[in-house]
Design a protein around this ligand. Sequence first.
Ligand code: HEM
Length: 78
Amino acid sequence: MYDFWENVIFYTGKYNGDPMNVHRHLNKMFPLKADHFKQWTTLFNATIDELFSGENAERAKQRALSIATVMQMKLAEH
Ligand code: HEM
């Protein structure tokens, strides 16, 4: 997860996992709904704001929201 966020924010290229696969598996065991993603985003943003500020903090929140939106759409397709 560290590698994932480092790559998202600083483009390190270190992460080589497949988060979609992890969440697809999760979604099968327990369906992830819009409310879960809303709550995830709220907690993510609150944590970022608590610990960081500035350009990279803003970028992390923007990227998180766009990834969450795409992830939710992809999970809803199946
Ligand atoms: C309803 C929303 C979400 C739930 C309930 C959720 C839950 C989880 C859980 C249970 C894991 C496995 C943790 C472990 O292996 O111990 C995980 C992994 C992960 N999640 Fe999420 N997640 C959500 C949304 C997101 C979103 C929106 C992102 C990205 C913006 C994200 C990024 C990741 C990453 C990078 C991993 C690690 C994947 C890996 O092992 O390579 N998650 N998540």
